[in-house]
Design a binder for this molecule. Sequence first.
Ligand code: GRF
Length: 216
Amino acid sequence: MAKLRVGVLISGRGSNLQALLDACADKAFPAEIVLVVSNRSDAPGLDRARRAGVPTRLLDHKSFPTREAFDLAMTALLHTAGVELVCLAGFMRLLSDDFVEAWKDRLINIHPSLLPSFRGMHTHRQALDAGVTLHGCTVHFVTNDLDAGPILVQAAVPVHSGDDEASLADRVLEAEHRIYPLALRWLAEGRVSVANGRVTVADATQALYPLINPAA
Ligand code: GRF
């Protein structure tokens, strides 16, 4: 069967991009990354893509008069590459309503919190300030409401006493690298449906056990 053609938008480090590239390196994986677009020339993620032999494009938002013009140029690049699904992976630009509408149900993001808790930036700081003992990450569809689109999959991780932002971020990031490729696989296998803001994944194994922290 033809693989799902994926475009990934990045602005920085690209560790989630790397997790997707690693998954796609498996011949049996049902998706392929056909284009990586960065809005920053110094994004280390660009090298990750190049090393994997994936075409990259740099699109500097500062050289466009408006957000809409920048987003239109991105859509043009993605269309030219035959992209069917767009993955945001640390892409640090707000997207215009038109872009989100153009890619409706074909645009996903990974967010470093258990949404709807801790939308926006500095999610690990927010979690530590709130005193939660479980934190995590979410893969969700992107809608016009920031970090509030239909949820595809979440992973919970414990917050340890003594955690700081960095140690918590590391623990969450490991979980991100597991669930982003998982979500991509499900989408590529055509197992995901969205209705009334709710996602259903056909034939997904349901987790049975609670994660309790502190444990005893
Ligand atoms: C990740 O924490 C992701 O959840 C958030 O931005 C960060 C990107 O990290 N959206 P990387 O560039 O994938 O390493």
